[in-house]
Ligand binder design. Structure first.
Ligand SMILES: [Zn+2]
Ligand SMILES: [Zn+2]
Length: 181
């Protein structure tokens, strides 16, 4: 079902303040401090109707949502109203994202090593195709390993393979092999 079209024309100062009083913004997900529905989405009472809080934010921040398009949370947190975490997709794309193989990746709540893709650990990096999720803990671990190796953080080759570490101590400082054999 397509959500009701809502226009935020002539938003009053009062309406604006009432909405943003319930937004807890930050460097990552912006929590909705108003009512959260059983479905997990934030809800905002606006001009006689309930409207999803993240939808309201998107309309305010970016403008109209084209017909036939729906909003998708890149961070997978339905209570999040950070407009940078919202992406406009077709209904079909949204379903694909939800169940298809591509979606399995987006749906994962942790990185490959099991760190949570949420809160401060989640970083959304802009990408040609939208945004990709990056685990901060893994980034830190990699940097730390490189530091211990006494070398620079190796670049990744275009084919995705990790370059060999430079530096004399690189070999013994590889992650997982710190204690040597
Ligand atoms: Zn978010
Ligand atoms: Zn990780």
């Amino acid at each position: 079902m397509e959500p009701r079209q809502v226009e935020l024309d002539h938003l009053t100062q009062k309406e604006f303040s009432r909405f943003f009083a319930k937004v807890e913004s930050g460097p990552e997900c912006w929590a909705w401090r108003g009512h959260i529905k059983r479905t997990g989405y934030g809800e905002f009472w606006f001009r006689g109707h309930n409207i999803k809080a993240h939808r309201f934010m998107y309309l305010f921040w970016r403008g109209k949502i084209p017909r036939g398009r729906v909003l998708d949370h890149l961070c997978r947190n339905r209570w999040c109203v950070n407009p940078r975490h919202l992406d406009v997709v077709t209904n079909k794309e949204n379903i694909l994202r939800g169940e298809g193989p591509t979606a399995k990746n987006t749906k994962k709540t942790t990185c490959q090593r099991g760190h949570p893709y949420s809160g401060d650990n989640l970083y959304l990096r802009p990408d040609k195709r939208g945004q990709i999720r990056v685990c901060r803990q893994c980034q830190l671990d990699e940097k730390e390993a490189a530091r211990r190796a006494g070398g620079v953080l190796p670049r990744k080759f275009k084919n995705g393979k990790q370059a060999q570490w430079r530096g004399r101590r690189a070999r013994q400082a590889k992650p997982g092999k710190e204690n040597g054999k």
